[in-house]
Ligand binder design. Structure first.
Ligand SMILES: Cc1ncc(C[n+]2csc(CCOP(=O)(O)OP(=O)(O)O)c2C)c(N)n1
Ligand code: SF4
Ligand code: SF4
Ligand code: SF4
Length: 596
């Protein structure tokens, strides 16, 4: 059976076919659809959104220890959160096959950095597979469970945005999803409790395991020499040039260097050194093309193999065929430089904005008005950093807002300071932050923008939504209850659409010299399907074109009539307005009315 699948979907199908029993993940672009598609096989795979990547990995580790095949998936930065269990599980080793999908984001389409997690796979002494398309994502995932059991090693499957999100035909074997039989669990403290006396032996075993894996990598069908296709004319300058490449970079190399010998690597840690040496000897000149860090190149050079140097910069941002053409232009000089299409001049730019009626908008409007230094976090609300809201000073990683605010306060920064994060981020890694601030007596005001969904990654459920990934009812965890249980005395819930209430609460909190937790509540308009809930209108007879409402930056607001030079009345686009009434609260002239 053939299906048109993205690599994320292909991984899900392969997990089902491999008889995976447990799947646990935390959403993050470009990995999110892996678990969402695994959930379609919920009759055979128990799948769940964990509250963060560390818990997701720990859940999969537990399942593997119990003898079940398990998979976990995350975006690249998620692996930073999960490194602690991984770094020790790699010593202990799986029983049931354990596969961790890391979806990296070269070019930072939707991330704060573009770290190359192949380095983390090597660091963790894990087995690393790098598919170049959906078929390989499928084949490698299937094989990954076997390899994990054979070598008792965590297997990391490294996808990237391009592979995760582009679709191609996948030949799926005929299969009926069925759980793989559990491998028998036996209590074994020497294996599963790495106190130093056991861990030292694990370390030695990990070394031996790496050597055994390398031998198999040299024979693996995922590492192969690809010769020019029949009938392809070899350019005189390309004769004798060999290229080592992996993952999606292979697709660009194949397109731009169709007349060269290619060593296409799919199993890249441990590096199949014998195969690399043999290939290097078979060619006159060797080039390495890979996306992001010189992960392969540095190891190949360390083997004493000469690799062609080039000025064309490749180890940063996402690769594409144009960049590889420029490389060929530099090295062989038999193709022109790629023409870079320029954007059409004069078109207005369209910066990303919070949706019309988004509850986050009012909070940032008020924080800006109060002149607060705002340590931000990761979610839709990061958009509060941009004009006209202009109300965020920092964003580092999920959960960092509270620690950042505490650090600023401890450093002696004067004035109002406020940490802002979303509900999913609070559950992910905010709880420890508020606890630490309270314990250390740091007067931090934390605002949780509680829209009851993990919005930015496409509206996934979380412990506050009352629903699991499978759609079953779940207990609703109240953020205020957590704060109170931590010992917070000042816990207040305000409507995020009530600008007056927000201003009063936030100024009191920030000026109090005490730790506060403020919950600004408004459901995400998109997730709760409230985009047509109401409608506001501007009375042009009353609008004085003062411009105050434009400072909210709602995309439903447009410029109307110019009644004085440079002064425009505001007009509300009825197709976009969600009727949140936030703008009406800033108009001193009473010109904005809710009409529905
Ligand atoms: C460690 C890590 N995991 C996952 C992500 C992907 N991600 C970005 S924002 C976000 C959560 C946003 O949800 P929430 O905090 O509720 O804010 P909202 O988008 O709903 O406003 C996630 C999971 C990430 N950036 N970092
Ligand atoms: S009421 Fe005002 S702020 Fe709210 S969506 Fe409509 S135009 Fe935007
Ligand atoms: S998706 Fe929801 S939380 Fe995100 S900007 Fe839109 S309304 Fe706000
Ligand atoms: S705040 Fe009121 S008066 Fe000023 S531009 Fe907006 S609608 Fe017109």
């Amino acid at each position: 059976m053939k299906k048109f699948l993205s690599a994320n979907e292909a991984v899900a199908h392969a997990a089902a076919q491999a008889g995976c029993v447990v799947a646990s993940a935390y959403p993050g672009t470009p990995s999110t659809e892996i678990l969402e598609n695994i959930a379609k096989f919920k009759d055979t795979i128990r799948c769940e959104w964990a509250v963060n990547e560390k818990v997701a990995v720990e859940t999969a580790v537990g399942a593997s220890m119990a003898g079940a095949r398990a998979i976990t998936a995350m975006k690249h930065v998620g692996l930073n959160v999960a490194m602690d269990p991984l770094m020790t599980f790699t010593y202990v080793g799986p029983l049931g096959g354990f596969v961790l999908v890391s979806a990296d984001d070269p070019g930072m389409h939707s991330s704060q950095n573009e770290q190359d997690n192949r380095n983390l796979a090597k660091f963790a002494r894990a087995l690393l597979l790098e598919p170049a398309d959906s078929q390989e994502a499928y084949d490698m995932t299937l094989k990954a469970f076997e390899l994990s059991e054979k070598f008792q090693v965590p297997v990391i499957l490294r996808l990237t945005t391009r592979t995760s999100h582009s679709a191609s035909l996948v030949e799926l074997g005929d299969f009926k999803p069925a759980p793989h039989p559990l491998l028998p669990y036996k209590k074994n403290i020497a294996k599963n409790i790495p106190v130093p006396m056991f861990a030292r032996q694990h370390r030695v075993n990990a070394q031996k395991r790496t050597e055994a894996m390398e031998k198999e990598a040299n024979r693996s069908k995922f590492n192969k020499v690809v010769k020019p296709a029949k009938g392809v004319k070899v350019s005189a300058k390309a004769k004798g040039l060999g290229i080592i490449t992996s993952a999606v970079a292979y697709q660009y190399v194949r397109e731009i260097f169709p007349d060269c010998q290619i060593l296409k690597l799919g199993w890249t840690n441990p590096l199949p050194k014998a195969l690399v040496s043999k290939f290097a000897k078979s060619v006159k000149k060797l080039l390495v093309v890979e996306e992001l860090d010189p992960f392969l190149e540095e190891q190949i050079k360390a083997m004493g193999i000469k690799v062609l140097a080039h000025k064309t910069e490749l180890n940063m941002h996402e690769l594409n065929a144009d960049r590889i053409q420029n490389l060929r232009h530099e090295i062989l000089g038999d193709v022109p430089k790629a023409k870079v299409a320029k954007p059409v001049e004069g078109l207005p730019t369209r910066p990303p904005v919070l949706c019309a009626g988004c509850g986050h908008r009012g909070v940032f409007y008020v924080l800006h008005k109060l002149g607060a230094t705002v340590t931000g976090d990761i979610g839709c609300y990061t958009l509060g950093a941009f004009p006209p809201l202009d109300a965020m000073d920092s964003t580092i990683c999920m959960g960092a807002s509270i620690g950042n605010a505490a650090g600023m306060r401890k450093a002696g920064l004067k004035g109002r300071i406020c940490a802002v994060l979303g509900d999913s981020t609070f559950f992910h890694s905010g709880i420890t932050g508020i606890l630490s601030a309270l314990y250390n007596g740091t007067p931090v005001t934390t605002v949780v923008l509680d829209n009851r969904i993990t919005a930015m990654t496409g509206h996934q459920d979380n412990p506050g939504t009352g629903k699991t990934l499978a759609g079953d009812p779940a207990p609703v965890t109240e953020i205020g209850d957590i704060a109170k249980a931590c010992g917070y005395k000042n816990v207040v819930k305000v409507s995020a659409d009530d600008l007056g209430g927000l201003e009063k609460t936030l100024s009191t909190a920030m000026d109090s010299g005490e730790p506060w937790l403020v919950i600004a509540y408004a459901p995400c308009r998109i997730a709760a399907k409230l985009t047509k809930e109401g409608l506001c209108e501007v009375d042009s007879a009353k609008c004085k074109a003062c411009g105050a409402c434009f400072k909210m930056g709602c995309p439903a607001m447009t410029r109307g009539k110019e009644i004085r030079p440079g002064a425009f009345q505001m007009v509300i686009d009825a197709n976009q307005c969600a009727g949140c009434k936030q703008c009406g609260q800033v108009c001193k002239f009473g010109a904005i009315k809710r009409i529905r």
